[in-house]
Design a protein around this ligand. Structure first.
Ligand SMILES: NC(=O)c1ccc[n+]([C@@H]2O[C@H](COP(=O)([O-])OP(=O)(O)OC[C@H]3O[C@@H](n4cnc5c(N)ncnc54)[C@H](OP(=O)(O)O)[C@@H]3O)[C@@H](O)[C@H]2O)c1
Length: 345
């Protein structure tokens, strides 16, 4: 009996070590990585589906359009800049078997809420249905609350939060009629945690998380309508150039090599969509570790965030982008990486 117990304990220890080793190199939460390994594949779930992507003119949304086109999804792509959307459409046609009519370019300003019903009707007129809405369009902010005009907070809520839920309302009506559909929202790890220099952005992403988590509970009579929240860490995109906050524009921020590649973020977003994950953390470490800390050990998370916040504000005020000498301990590595990396979340 003692021998069997020892064997079980040894097996559990090996499994734990394997899990920890895997987790060190993880770029998504464990449910997401399991779904990627054993779950449904986007290539089987999404061909022929009508997918409407907002913020498709650059960054994550642009890459979503490319990967969805390759898979064979029918696309409606929206953002404000029509010329950029045409460029994205052209490339989608080059890299996929889709035809001209399979991709609808639909210019849309998320802050112009009065236009959202007509935009939804345009997609429905063109394709007859909407299977998936990907709420991706949005902007970030980098500035201290005390130095920032309230107009910036109003603008970011108007775009990231109200614009998103306004469009969702019209599309959801259609999905409720069909009793099926997926609403995917690109939130952020900033929708889970707090961080300095991004109070308005964090607030908008927390608002989205609270909204969609509540909406999900109102849709229990519609088990085939999924509400999927994606929480990326730093990802390569144009988010820094496009962010709100006047001071931010003075800071050069070219190198994005420390951030997750856009194609990987999008792949994991599509895996989450195919598997109807309610919330997915799409992030490399150390940001992923901070998500776990925030969720399961908030006291440690606060300690870390306070250290990180101090460093990040110092860097911001002095215009320094680099984090200085190589950190030696794990906490200082975390602090330094976060001080640099949360800039674009
Ligand atoms: N990159 C990251 O590190 C990161 C991390 C976590 C979450 N996210 C989230 O990912 C999403 C995509 O951001 P990104 O990183 O790909 O940044 P990006 O390259 O700046 O793309 C933002 C997109 O949003 C669109 N957009 C901005 N204002 C809009 C408006 N008023 N109406 C409609 N569309 C608008 C932009 O198009 P137009 O300018 O043509 O309108 C663009 O297509 C955002 O919601 C962001 O919060 C990003």
């Amino acid at each position: 009996m003692a021998g069997v117990c020892a064997l079980v304990a040894a097996a559990a220890l090996v499994a734990l070590v394997a899990l920890l080793l895997r987790w060190r190199r993880a770029d998504g939460d464990l449910t997401l990585l399991w779904a990627e390994w054993r779950g449904r594949r986007p290539e089987n779930e999404l061909p022929g589906k009508v997918v409407w992507v907002t913020g498709a003119s650059s960054g994550i949304g642009e890459e979503l359009a490319y990967q969805l086109a390759r898979i064979g999804a029918l696309l409606a792509i929206s953002a404000r800049r029509e010329d950029e959307l045409q460029r994205v459409k052209k490339k989608c046609l080059e890299i996929s078997n889709l035809g001209d009519k399979d991709i609808l370019v639909l210019p849309l300003d998320l802050t112009q809420r009065s236009s959202h019903e007509a935009a939804t009707n345009s997609v429905l007129k063109h394709f007859g249905k909407i299977d998936v809405l990907i709420n991706n369009g949005g902007r970030s902010q980098r500035s201290l609350f005390v130095d920032t005009n309230l107009d910036v907070f109003s603008a970011i809520m108007e775009l990231n939060y109200l614009g998103t839920i306004s469009l969702t309302k019209y599309v959801l009506n259609h999905m409720i009629q069909r009793r099926k559909g997926k609403i995917v929202t690109v939130s952020s790890v900033m929708g889970i945690m707090g961080a300095p220099l991004a109070s308005g952005y964090c607030a908008s992403k927390h608002a989205l998380q609270g909204f969609f988590n509540s909406l999900r509970t109102e849709l229990t009579d519609y088990p085939e309508i999924s509400i999927i929240n994606i929480c990326p860490g730093p990802v390569q995109s144009k988010i820094i150039q496009n962010q709100l906050g006047e001071i931010a524009k003075q800071i050069p921020y070219g190198d994005q090599s420390h951030k997750m590649r856009t194609d990987r973020c999008v792949r994991l977003t599509l895996v989450s969509t195919a598997n109807d994950l309610k919330e997915a953390w799409v992030s490399d470490n150390p940001y992923l570790a901070v998500c776990y800390l925030w969720q399961y050990a908030p006291t440690w998370a606060w300690w870390l965030m306070n250290k990180m916040g101090k460093r990040r504000i110092q860097n911001f005020k002095s215009g320094v982008v680099s984090v200085g000498p190589a950190p030696r301990s794990i906490p200082s590595l975390l602090t330094a990486s976060l001080a640099l990396g949360t800039a674009g979340l």
